[in-house]
Structures are given as structure tokens and as C-alpha cells.
Ligand binder design. Structure first.
Ligand code: CTP
Length: 397
């Protein structure tokens, strides 16, 4: 990956691993990138301004109240950077960024930064395992930050465990990976559905499925990085820097997909839509009777994918390109080919849910992309992020 002239903003917080960031700056500079550094005041207890200044060949920022330009420093730096890396990220800074606190230059820039952010925490093992720290990490993850978790080993505090900064190569590779997203979807509108639908039975019970929504979320984040205008229609709570519509049932999902249909270039149905819902929703909680069994009458839900494929056909337009997913526990290829014909979509992404190492709830996947003309392409097992990126590149080619 060529990172020449790319703008890398590195935020350093107060931790012993701060000295390792000197190596990271050198590596970026050697590869032709332009680096600017922000330190929290505590970071300067571990590494000097002069060292960072020499290595980055730029002024090092600590205080936000000496603006060089007409724009406040935190806005200028946020506008300038292509990617922001916070390493080592202390529990304190992680907490502030997660909660939207901006009380120094680093946290102010982070708050004003809508672009890709990499966070590499380093701290004592007990601090890392603290539930408050973990919930802040989860907030940042759900907002789209790339978290590079600390690694296990001897820690500077004398403990043995998970807490030391991940390798400098890992941070460097992650930044290169993010910077290599080409903006192939700029100017395109991409609508993605994710998560299993929830079909209510009564005020306390529902029918749903094990879909985690991770694949759809990964697709939405990648499409966003590739420059698309993204709408994610989801049954899950997410905190992301693009438009989301929260729904529950298949009927609500259909309504939202229809409202986003006009002007969409791609619609990707990654959600697991319940095929049936209860015929009569009970306004009151259903009480346990004397009978040993209970019968719920179910009616078919609309087939969203099929409906939008029909709508496209009626409109006689070539857009949107419609992509379905299919989760199969047996005869994957046969069922997928049958499904692409029945639904009428342009592509069908098939995954094998009988395997526990991929698919539902897993962070990894392995899929086969079928297209309506009979072609197929297998994407070998890898992270859902990488699979998402390959799917988007494939359907856009
Ligand atoms: N789908 C949909 N509406 C439904 C059911 C499924 O839009 N009521 C979409 C899914 O989002 C997915 C594709 O259709 O993109 C295939 O879903 P899948 O569950 O594999 O297939 P079904 O059509 O439900 O068929 P079956 O359950 O019999 O395999």
C-alpha cells in the first residue's frame, strides 16, 4: 500500500508505551506519510516533545489555545488528517472519548473527528478488564473505531497479563489497510439491512433468530469508508457515523426499505427476516393456561427481497443492484442457485450456518457469491470486515 503524502494524526496519552510510538512515527515517515502528533500533558512525562518533533518533522501539539491559523487547532487537525491513531490509549482518554468529553487538545480533536480512528489501548491488566473500561471500548467499537486490543505479556507495572500495547507493525498495517480503501462508491447510495427481525407475540414475548447483525454492520461501515452514502436499516442498536433506521418487524423493515428504494444504487439484504409472524398479536400478556400445549397461529411475512426485485423489474430500470444473503444449513450451492432464481436478485451471498466457526454471531465468515448469470466466486474464510470489503468490490465491478 502506498501511503505517500497521506495525513496521519497520532495522539499519544500518558503511558509507558508512549516511547514505542517514536518507532511508529519513523515507520510512517519512512513510507512517505505526513505525520502530526498531539500529546496529552501526561504523555510528556514519558516522551519528550523534542523527540517527537524531530521524528515527525512537525510541531507537536499539546495545548489547544495557541492557534496558528484562523481555525481552532482541534478543527484544523481534524480536517487535515486522513486517519487518527490514539496509541497508547489510556483508560482515562478512552473513557473521555467514549463519553464525548473534550477537556484537552487530544480529546477535543477526537470529538471533532468523523473519519477512521484507530485506538490501541495499553494499561494494567486489571484496568483493562474493568467493566467501565470495557463498556467504553464497546461504545467506541460500535461507533466504528478500530480497536487494536492490548496483548499479553510482562507489563511495566510488574504484572503478567493482557495490557501491553499491541505491536507497532499491527498499528502500522491497520492504518495502511484503512488508507487503502479506495473511494469506489463515492456518489453512490447504498442501503443495507441487518439483524434478525423481531415478531412480537405479546408485550413480553417475541419470535426472532440468532442473527447478530455483524455482517450487515461490516458492510455498512465498509461502504461508508468507500465513500458511499449509506443507510443501515437494522434491528440492532448501533452508533455509527451514517444514517440508520431502527426497525423491529419484517413489516417495518419492508416499509423502510421501500422508503429508501428511490435513488438507491445498491440494496443489500443482509438481515435475517423472520418468515412468519403471529396472526393475532395479543395486547395483554398471554397467561399460562391449564393445557400442556399452546398453539400459535403464524402467517407469512412479506418477502422483502422478492418484493423489491419485482419493483425493480416493473420500473424497467437497471438500478438498484439488489443483493440477497442466504443462510443454509445443507445443500448450500443447490439451494443458493434455486434462491437467486426464485427471488430475482442480481447477487446472492451464501453462507453455511452449519459451521460454528463462521456466520451467526461469529466475527468471521466464508461465503460464495452467486450472480444471476450463473457465475460464482468463493471468498475464503476471513474477518467479516474483509469479507464485506470484497463483496462490495465484487458487486461494484
Ligand atoms: N428475505 C426477505 N424477506 C423474507 C425472508 C427473507 O427479504 N421474508 C431475504 C433475506 O434478507 C435474505 C434472503 O431473503 O437476503 C434469503 O433469506 P433466507 O432466510 O435464506 O431465505 P428464505 O427466503 O427465508 O427461504 P428459506 O427460509 O426457506 O430458506
Amino acid at each position: 500500500m502506498n501511503i505517500e503524502n497521506k495525513h496521519i494524526l497520532i495522539g499519544i496519552t500518558g503511558g509507558i508505551a508512549a516511547y514505542k510510538i517514536c518507532e511508529l512515527i519513523r515507520k510512517f515517515k519512512k513510507n512517505g506519510a505526513d505525520v502530526q502528533v498531539i500529546c496529552t500533558p501526561n504523555a510528556l512525562n514519558f516522551v519528550t516533545k523534542l523527540t517527537l518533533q524531530n521524528l515527525s518533522q512537525n510541531e507537536v501539539f499539546v495545548d489547544e489555545f495557541h492557534p496558528k491559523h484562523w481555525k481552532p487547532e482541534h478543527i484544523s487537525l481534524a480536517d487535515w488528517a486522513d486517519v487518527m491513531i490514539i496509541a497508547p490509549a489510556s483508560a482515562n482518554t478512552i473513557g473521555k472519548i467514549a463519553q464525548g468529553i473534550a477537556d484537552n487538545l487530544l480529546t477535543s480533536v477526537a470529538c471533532a473527528f468523523p473519519k477512521p480512528m484507530i485506538i490501541a489501548p495499553a494499561m494494567n491488566v486489571n484496568m483493562w478488564q474493568n467493566s467501565g473500561v470495557q463498556s467504553n471500548i464497546n461504545i467506541l467499537k460500535s461507533r466504528g473505531a478500530e480497536i487494536l486490543p492490548p496483548e499479553s505479556g510482562f507489563l511495566a507495572c510488574g504484572y503478567l497479563g493482557r495490557g501491553r500495547l499491541c505491536s507497532i507493525d499491527k498499528i502500522f498495517d491497520c492504518a495502511c489497510d484503512i488508507l487503502s480503501y479506495s473511494k469506489i462508491l463515492s456518489g453512490k447510495k447504498v442501503v443495507i439491512t441487518s439483524g434478525g427481525t423481531i415478531e412480537k407475540i405479546d408485550p413480553v414475548r417475541y419470535i426472532s433468530n440468532f442473527s447478530s447483525g455483524k455482517m450487515g454492520l461490516a458492510l455498512a461501515k465498509c461502504a461508508n469508508l468507500m465513500g458511499a452514502e449509506v443507510t443501515l436499516i437494522t434491528t440492532k442498536d448501533v452508533d455509527v457515523p451514517f444514517k440508520t433506521i431502527k426497525v423491529q418487524s419484517a413489516k417495518q423493515m419492508l416499509e423502510s426499505v421501500n422508503s429508501e428504494f428511490e435513488g438507491a444504487d445498491f440494496i443489500i439484504m443482509a438481515s435475517a427476516v423472520a418468515d412468519y409472524r403471529v396472526k393475532n398479536y395479543s395486547e395483554q400478556k398471554i397467561k399460562k393456561g391449564n393445557d400442556e400445549t399452546i398453539t400459535l397461529e403464524l402467517v407469512k411475512n412479506p418477502d422483502i427481497l422478492k418484493e423489491i426485485c419485482n419493483k425493480k423489474q416493473e420500473s424497467l430500470k437497471n438500478t438498484p443492484i439488489i443483493v440477497g444473503f442466504c443462510a443454509e444449513s445443507e445443500n448450500l450451492e443447490e439451494n443458493a442457485k434455486d434462491k437467486i432464481n426464485k427471488k430475482g436478485c442480481d447477487f446472492l451471498i451464501a453462507n453455511d450456518i452449519s459451521r460454528s466457526d463462521i456466520g451467526f454471531n461469529s466475527d468471521e465468515n466464508e461465503v460464495i457469491i452467486f450472480d444471476k448469470s450463473g457465475g460464482k466466486n468463493k471468498l475464503e474464510k476471513s474477518s467479516k470486515t474483509l469479507i464485506a470489503r470484497k463483496i462490495l468490490e465484487y458487486i461494484n465491478h
